[in-house]
Design a protein around this ligand. Structure first.
Ligand SMILES: CCCCCCCCCCCCC/C=C/C(=O)SCCNC(=O)CCNC(=O)[C@H](O)C(C)(C)COP(=O)(O)OP(=O)(O)OC[C@H]1O[C@@H](n2cnc3c(N)ncnc32)[C@H](O)[C@@H]1OP(=O)(O)O
Length: 660
């Protein structure tokens, strides 16, 4: 039977193109093979359905090298043009510089030009006992496809020179030890493993794309139209008052002190004031014990703190940051008072994470000086600072707060004034969806594990809340009592798409308030990892009885992928509304805020970058089907529907034309 000579390419559903050399018996690199390889590599790099490439040889051999018959012809004819251009055209430009990852699947042998092609790939997977070498000197020529450079780089100069000068082959086992081979697998797994390697490297490049996006997105947050581009200069903030020495207030005070800003910390009585000062001291001590701060610097920072019980020290402050409990009347009272006692240009900021700033400033006449300075807990560690502006906040005030944010090593993101602002609003469906899944019968510890595998540091039930309220039904670490406090505010604003679960209240009733008292969904013991508390399942059962949403009373069965989609697609959906209402200046601001405020994995590029890789159309269709089954909580937003149907990315600015 005539032997089949040529190069084939097959593209799998996984997006991997397998290019195979066929030229029995040793797959020598005859001229038609070389031209076939050039054609297939060009094709693979151009095809949009090809994510990565695997190069292999047919018949259990990778390649015995360049076709020695050509040399014989050159000897006979002296016609050097018979030598095809390989080194630069094929090996460097099409293989080594391929935009798509290229992995060699090596079996049997890779000799001479065969090994040189394998070394031009980005990784090499081999079966055992394959013969690897550059025996060109036995033919009186040198390894001319770059082997003299690539082999020493892979195995070291001495070993590389030895193999070349002595035409000494090695086995794939030795190649693995030397670093010439990246993984050794049984012949039956060779292609599968090579495909996985190729995709992993492709994913790495997706990761690189995502991380580069976050890098530039973070820098873009400092560009605020009509604030940073109108010639204003930030005013120095030398003395700042913080009202409220609780978890947030003491964290904010710590962050300010660490940047040598004098802080006046006000509380309502000496007991609370002492507690607040002790919290600041503990924050500083924690940084010293973790080696993040020297003791001298900690002492210096602490010396800039002054605790007060009245407003006597407020007459020369540059800014006040209110950080008391989320009580509207109390905040309104405080803002009326500080307007009277502070200098006329003093910035009046609130660290509220939920309440409308216009409501907070209702009893004042200084609407232009009112701004939100929304820190994320722990405030001295988390880098995101949401600067919340109302329609009245002046550009100068915004610029001053941006400059202060940078001075205290935060990443300021300017956002609009709505319930929950950008991050808390976007992510409020996050935990509600998790609660819905649990009430539908899904195991809550499985939900946490799936979400952490996706890349968030903790699952929704063991959640570190940023400024304590992002998910309403908070996880263990923030304490469940807080979440309930603001649930009504969200219900009034977003009730048409909320899921109300009694689980949090039932948890509190059972004496579990999260890490604060050592027990929540998990058991927290000093010095050990949180352990799932199986006894909490009785509380979960009670919640399921009350909500009674399991279809036919039976738990739903969902895949891990569906869990991720049911929790994160509603978050993307709410982000679309945030974009639609112009709460953020640009989509990438929300990517930065999701990474820094919610610990959304930066290697996925942030929430919307990730959503665009999943595809708006897919997300829209999934949410539509989910809303048909589970109701309005999943109802696609107008913005998402529009982008999906017009084939536009979610991150495209509103002015972009659709692609259709
Ligand atoms: C010269 C003038 C040129 C001037 C320009 C100079 C420029 C310099 C740079 C040029 C570019 C060079 C870059 C690359 C160079 C090379 O790759 S050179 C070739 C390197 N490879 C080898 O040296 C391997 C040689 N072959 C073997 O060692 C063995 O054949 C084997 C591969 C280990 C297999 O052994 P075995 O199973 O015992 O089978 P054999 O009987 O030896 O061979 C089976 C048949 O295959 C034929 N064959 C083997 N290798 C090649 C080959 N590379 N090209 C063509 N044909 C090959 C062999 O002749 C047998 O054929 P039949 O007898 O017809 O069955």
């Amino acid at each position: 039977m005539a032997k089949k000579i040529g190069v084939t390419m097959e593209v799998g559903n996984d997006g991997v193109a397998v290019i195979t050399i066929s030229n029995p018996p040793v797959n020598s690199l005859a001229s038609q093979i070389i031209s076939g390889l050039k054609e297939k590599f060009q094709d693979a790099n151009q095809r949009s359905d090809v994510k990565a490439i695997v190069l292999t040889g047919n018949g259990g051999r990778f390649s015995g090298g360049f076709d020695i018959n050509v040399f014989q012809q050159v000897h006979k004819t002296g016609d050097i043009s018979l030598m095809p251009e390989v080194s630069v055209d094929l090996v460097c430009n099409l293989m080594e510089d391929s935009r798509k990852p290229l992995v060699a699947a090596v079996e049997g042998l890779a000799l001479g030009g065969g090994l040189e092609l394998a070394m031009a790939c980005h990784a090499r997977v081999a079966a055992p006992k394959a013969q690897l070498g550059l025996p060109e000197l036995t033919l009186g020529i040198i390894p001319g496809f770059g082997g003299t450079q690539r082999l020493p780089r892979l195995v070291g100069l001495e070993k590389g020179a030895n193999m070349i000068l002595l035409s000494k082959s090695i086995s794939s086992e030795e190649g693995r030890k030397l670093g010439l081979i990246d993984e050794l697998v049984p012949p039956g797994d060779l292609l599968t493993t090579s495909r996985k390697w190729a995709l992993d490297i492709a994913l790495l490049s997706d990761t690189a794309k995502a991380l580069v996006h976050v890098f530039f997105a973070q820098r873009a947050t400092s560009k605020v139209p009509k604030v940073t581009d109108v010639g204003l200069k930030p005013r120095p903030m030398k003395k700042v008052a913080v009202i409220g020495g609780g978890l947030m207030g003491s964290g904010i005070a710590t962050a300010l002190l660490l940047s040598n800003i004098r802080v006046v910390l006000k509380e309502i009585n000496s007991e609370y004031l002492l507690k607040g000062i002790k919290s600041v001291e503990a924050n500083l001590k924690g940084l010293v014990s973790r080696g993040k701060l020297t003791q001298d610097k900690a002492s210096k920072a602490f010396s800039l703190l002054k605790g007060v019980l009245d407003y006597s020290e407020f007459k020369d402050v540059d800014m006040v940051i209110e950080a008391v409990i989320e009580n509207i009347q109390l905040k309104q009272k405080i803002f009326k008072e500080i307007e009277e006692v502070c200098p006329p240009n003093c910035i009046l900021a609130s660290n509220t994470s939920t309440i409308d700033l216009n409501v907070i400033g209702e009893k004042t006449n200084s609407k232009d000086r009112i701004v939100g300075a929304h820190f994320f807990s722990p405030a001295h560690l988390m880098t995101l600072l949401e600067i919340v502006r109302t329609e009245n906040t002046s550009a100068q005030v915004i610029l001053d707060l941006m400059a202060l944010g940078k001075a205290i090593k935060k990443v300021p993101v300017v956002v609009g004034n709505c319930i929950g602002f950008a991050v808390n609003r976007t992510f409020f469906p996050y935990s509600q969806a998790a609660h819905m899944l649990v009430n539908l019968g899904v195991d809550l510890f499985r939900v946490d594990s799936v979400i952490t595998s996706f890349g968030l540091p903790l699952g929704p039930f063991q959640y570190i809340s940023p400024s304590c309220l992002v998910v309403l039904m908070l996880g263990d670490l923030a304490g469940h009592g807080i979440g309930i406090a603001v649930k009504d505010i969200y219900a009034k604003a977003y009730g048409d798409r909320m899921f109300s679960s009694p689980l949090t209240e039932l948890l509190l009733k059972s004496g579990r308030n999260g890490k604060i008292n050592g027990r929540g969904y998990y058991i927290y013991e000093k010095g050990s990892k949180p352990k799932p508390d199986s006894s909490v399942l009785s509380v979960v059962e009670e919640s399921r009885k009350l909500t009674n949403i399991m279809p036919g009373g039976k738990p739903i069965s969902v895949s891990d992928k569906e869990i991720v989609e049911m929790i994160l697609f509603p978050v993307v959906n709410e982000a679309c509304r945030v974009l639609d209402e112009g709460v953020v200046i640009r989509a990438s601001d929300l990517d930065v805020a999701s990474v820094l405020g919610m610990s959304f994995p930066s290697y996925r590029g942030g929430l919307l970058f990730w959503a665009d890789t999943v595809g708006p159309k897919y997300i829209y269709e999934r949410l539509k089907r989910l809303s048909e089954t589970y109701g309005g909580f999943f109802k696609p937003s107008r913005y998402l529907e529009e982008r999906a149907t017009k084939g536009m990315l979610l991150s495209e600015p509103k002015s972009s034309r659709s692609r259709l």
